[in-house]
Design a protein around this ligand. Structure first.
Ligand SMILES: N[C@@H](CCC[C@H](N)C(=O)O)C(=O)O
Length: 273
């Protein structure tokens, strides 16, 4: 089975081409491919599938390192745009069919951009239940801590916790939040430091993975949440441990969040199952 290893700001992927509709390897084998010790190693497998809508370039599925499915993956979508551009299937722009709906992809002079869905902040969209909420956000008791956070669906669930200093973020809270009954589908947990109205620092502990070097949908969620609170401008530069991403959203209810950044080819290989 041919594969391509890629990364977007350190968030790394194994890309499989199943646009011919051939069946996917079983889930335990996908998790084996993602294993960093005994497999190829990646945060997610990004699987190209046949287009679902007339005019779309291709569809895709996302499988996390632990073998679970995800509804969206911003950096993975950018890497697929780069893969399809190299393949000749995507010229300057085109639509990809993601599990969460259409994603508009664009080749930039430097890097690749995708327009993910419009952010959703309501509890059923996350999904999230049993938390106390007011206009400034949500609260949950986690052990001895009263955790205040924002919640955003980007097609996948994100908790956004604002911190004063990113290097001192209480990342150990993430595991408890991820398995908390308040989030029946689990969640990705982002810790964000607002440096200025146009510059954020972010760390994300991903569902089904652990801490990643970058999370595209997490960057969109952090930007959208802070913009929703009136605390950032329309565009932010977001520094993650693996590099810089850009997020753009002006607050329109149906307006997609745009995510930009690098998409890098690492190597090609063959997996023997
Ligand atoms: N790395 C991704 C997000 C991948 C999916 C996530 N772990 C989930 O389970 O929702 C990104 O760039 O958005």
């Amino acid at each position: 089975m041919r594969f391509t290893k890629m990364h977007g700001a350190g968030n790394d992927f194994v890309v499989l081409d199943r646009r011919d509709g051939s069946p996917l390897p079983p889930r335990h084998e996908l998790a084996h491919m993602a294993d960093r010790h005994t497999g190829i190693g990646c945060d997610q497998l990004m699987i190209l599938t046949p287009a679902q809508r007339p005019g779309s370039v291709a569809g895709y599925r996302i499988v996390n390192q632990d073998g679970s499915d995800a509804g969206q993956c911003g950096n993975g979508a950018r890497c697929l745009a780069a893969w399809l551009h190299r393949d000749g299937a995507l010229q300057r722009e085109g639509v990809l069919d993601s599990p969460a709906g259409p994603v508009f992809a664009r080749v930039l002079d430097e890097g690749f951009e995708v327009s993910l869905s419009a952010p959703r902040f309501d509890a059923p969209s996350i999904p999230m239940t049993g938390v106390s909420s007011d206009e400034s956000g949500h609260r949950l008791r986690v052990g001895d801590c009263d955790v205040r956070f924002g919640a955003v669906s980007m097609g996948n669930p994100h908790v956004v916790i604002e911190v004063d200093e990113i290097t001192a973020a209480p990342v150990e809270l993430a595991a408890t939040l991820q398995s908390h009954p308040a989030f029946p589908g689990g969640c990705n947990v982002g810790f964000v430091q607002r440096v200025t109205r146009a510059h954020l620092r972010l760390r994300v502990i991903e569902r089904g993975v652990g801490e990643t070097l970058a999370c595209g949908s997490g960057a969109c969620a952090a930007h959208a949440w802070l913009h929703h609170q009136g605390r950032v401008d329309e565009h932010t530069a977001i520094d993650l441990p693996g590099g810089r991403l850009g997020a753009t959203w002006a607050g329109g209810r149906e307006e997609p969040v745009r995510l930009s950044g690098p998409a890098t080819f690492v190597f090609e290989g063959t997996w023997n199952s």
